[in-house]
Design a protein around this ligand. Structure first.
Ligand code: GDP
Ligand code: MG
Length: 714
């Protein structure tokens, strides 16, 4: 019995479709029309290795939208007739343009084979295509053919049969359309699935994309299938379209098309070389520079350096105003309330703690504006591309770098973004090293400490911490890859979307999404932890348990003043010293003080005293809490009336080496409780404990080495 296979030839006009069709079918052809339209339908058959292969030559199209009759006919044939395999005939001398149709076919959930035709032309014009790599990148088998010389036809048939029999392992590659579009696609797909619209025939993601593209045919089909109920879906689609338009300033259709070209561009950057210059767009010219093998990395780091200079220098002004504001508020509260628990709670606990975090809001806003501009302009994709090449070189999966760049904002969405990695090992390695990409919550720590210890070079110091984070991520990824997570890294396409001028609204929306989280955290978890920290630092009360009778000391000093053996100034100075000692003892007597002393030995080799130890531990709740705890702690221990800023206090108490080391430690240990909860959900309990354990260990070892070596020189 002969097996029958039905295949359809798709492709751009003049890609050699008819030539290939003739090669395959020989004389056995039939010419008719597609039902209901005047478009010519050519069918034929071929017997090959015991198979009867029915072949349809689809109309030549550049795309699969509903713009032209040809496109609609080609698409409907594929969707309605469900051929076993679609063969896309691609003019390989004009890859970028031809692959546009290819990316659309890839979305159609069909066994697919690419015939790279006209390879003779491509070769003679000096184009080099890495077929094997490109095939892996796109997840579609590729056969090289030369139509008019009848070359490659048997290979093509073999590949088609394999695809029809599902012998080729299918590795579906999905073109991603960027966060903005993907979010809306998800929403629309969800309602389509819920309402069960055409789901037996088409996948909801494809339908959703088509609805966003306002594809007339698809809208009609959806209308028909839902009957009167289309309004509900239409409302959601319209809302999504308006949202995309307002943020990206372009219609979803354009943005989606751009993303497809971005995918092609990225794939060709990897697997295609043109020895003779073809037409070069402005985008290509910029890419030549920013993704250059030698310049790419310095440009990336240069931009980052500028960013932190900007965030620190410009942010310093509003930060100082807010800082002053909270200072005034603190004084006001001190005066309004009588000395005692309530005053301490408001001034030290709330204003010192939560206020200490809030003053960094301007820096956070600036950082998120910079990141949004880098992302929206398309540069971040290039940065990922450059890093990808490095990661590739040392045998790592490059796709990891996208989640990692998201980690500059917040580690939690970065953990979730790792889902795009199909391979579990790739995903886990990415998540495990994501921690080292400094999130926004860590910025307050750096700004506080860099400002305190290195006021003249704060921008550079913060930049250095971020760079150390990236380097550490790469080193650890390499280490994990060669130990716990051994295995092959699969290649993938890094999308390189065209550059676009970021819109004001888009940048603001993206900035605000992240800043909102920061402020929300300040009002919830940071507030809660600040209260707990204040309680732990305030109770139990020391009562009469001072090491010496300070009251007696003061009385005797006052007596000496009265008998004029010391001056009034000397008396006041001495009292300040004594009150400082008392405050210190009160703190050490408190619950947190005892805990701090208990764990101090662990942190001593890193140069941290018990107060830093407590701040570090409180940072487990959220990294900003490190700052709020320090705010509360040093606010309580402040004995003199003249309130110094937290920065001054820190600079007086510790050496710059300890300050820097503290930033390093904060960089390296796992992000926060919420992050760990997400980590567990995404990767399981065992990996969560591994993450906690190895980042703590790493933070400790690195800080230990830096402090021990550093103090030999300083
Ligand atoms: P269609 O529009 O896709 O059906 O393209 P055709 O099959 O009509 O081919 C267009 C032209 O390209 C014809 O002149 C073919 O002879 C020529 N052609 C087809 N395949 C190749 C090939 O692999 N190399 C070269 N150099 N020319 C080819
Ligand atoms: Mg033709």
């Amino acid at each position: 019995m002969k097996k029958e296979i039905k295949i359809a030839l798709a492709g751009n006009p003049n890609s050699g479709k008819t030539t290939v069709f003739n090669n395959l079918t020989g004389a056995k052809q039939h010419i008719g029309n597609y039902p209901g339209v005047t478009v010519e339908k050519k069918t034929g058959e071929r017997k090959y290795k015991g198979y009867k292969i029915n072949i349809v030559d689809l109309p030549g199209t550049y795309s699969l939208t509903a713009y032209s009759l040809d496109e609609v006919v080609a698409r409907n044939f594929i969707i309605d007739e469900k051929p076993d395999v679609v063969v896309d005939i691609i003019d390989s001398s004009n890859l970028e343009r031809n692959l546009y149709l290819a990316t659309q076919l890839m979305e159609l959930d069909m066994p697919l084979v690419f015939a790279f035709n006209m390879t003779d032309v491509a070769k003679s014009s000096g184009k080099k295509i890495d077929i094997k790599l490109l095939s892996e990148l796109m997840g579609v088998p590729i056969v090289e053919t030369i139509g008019h010389q009848n070359k490659g036809m048997n290979e093509l048939l073999d590949t088609v049969i394999n695809a029809a029999e599902k012998k080729t392992k299918e590795k579906k590659v999905i073109v991603r359309y960027g966060e903005e579009i993907e979010n809306e696609v998800e929403k629309i797909a969800a309602i389509l699935t819920k309402e069960d619209v055409l789901t037996e025939k088409l996948n909801p993601r494809w339908l959703a994309i088509k609805l966003l593209e306002q594809d007339k045919e698809v809208i009609e089909a959806v209308k028909k299938s839902t009957g009167g109920d289309y309004k509900k879906i239409e409302k959601i689609v319209n809302k999504s379209m308006a949202h995309i338009k307002s943020i990206l300033r372009d219609s979803p259709e354009t943005v989606i098309a751009d993303a497809r070209y971005g995918f092609i561009n990225g794939a060709l950057q990897e697997a295609y070389e043109e020895t003779q210059a073809g037409k070069i767009t402005a985008s290509d010219k910029i890419d030549k520079v920013v993704t250059n093998r030698i310049l790419g990395l310095p440009i990336f780091f240069g931009l980052m350096w500028l960013m932190f200079q900007f965030v620190f220098t410009v942010g310093a002004y509003p930060m100082d105003w807010i800082d002053m504001g909270f200072g005034k508020l603190g004084d006001l509260a001190s005066n309004a309330l009588s000395e005692g628990l309530l005053q301490s709670f408001i001034v030290d606990g709330l204003i010192g703690g939560v206020g200490g975090v809030l003053i960094f809001t301007p820096n956070i806003i600036l950082l998120f504006i910079c990141i949004a501009i880098l992302e929206d302009s398309g540069y971040m994709a290039r940065a990922a591309f450059v890093m990808d090449r490095i990661m590739h070189k040392i045998g790592l999966h490059g796709k990891s770098f996208i989640p990692m760049l998201i980690g500059f904002g917040c580690t939690i969405p970065a953990y979730m973004a790792a889902r795009t990695l199909e391979n579990r090992k790739d995903r886990l390695v990415t998540m495990h090293v994501n921690t080292f990409m400094s999130c926004g919550a860590r910025l307050p720590i750096y700004i506080l400490l860099a400002g305190a210890f290195f006021p003249a070079y704060a921008g550079n110091v913060i930049f250095s911490i971020y760079v150390i984070g990236i380097v550490m991520a790469i080193l650890m990824a390499k280490l994990l890859r060669s130990t716990r997570f051994k295995g092959e890294a699969a290649p993938f396409v890094m999308e390189l979307p065209p550059y676009r001028v970021p819109t004001f609204k888009g940048v603001m929306v993206h900035m605000w999404e992240r800043t909102k989280l920061y402020l929300k955290k300040a009002g919830t978890i940071i507030l809660a932890v600040a209260i707990i920290i204040w309680i732990l630092f305030t109770f139990p009360k020391i009562g009469d348990n001072y090491s010496t009778d300070y009251d007696a000391e003061i009385v005797s000093l006052e007596e000496s003043c009265e008998s004029s053996s010391i001056t009034k100034e000397e008396l006041e100075e001495a009292i300040v010293v004594i009150e400082g000692k008392m405050a210190e003892e009160e703190l050490e007597y408190s619950a947190a003080g005892r805990m701090g002393h208990f764990i101090e030995p662990v942190f001593k080799p890193l140069g941290f005293d018990w107060r830093m130890a407590i701040a570090t531990i409180s940072g487990i709740a959220a990294k900003e809490v490190v700052v709020s705890t320090m705010g509360t702690l040093y606010s309580i221990s402040e004995a003199d009336e003249e309130s110094e800023s937290l920065r001054e206090t820190l600079a007086n108490e510790y050496s710059p080496l300890v300050g820097y080391n503290f930033m390093l430690f904060s960089l390296l240990y796992f992000p926060c409780m919420a992050g760990i909860a997400v980590f567990r959900r995404e990767a399981g309990r065992k990996e969560m404990w591994f993450q906690i354990g190895y980042t703590l260990l790493l933070a400790w070892v690195v800080s230990f080495v830096v402090f021990q070596i550093g103090r030999l020189f300083i």
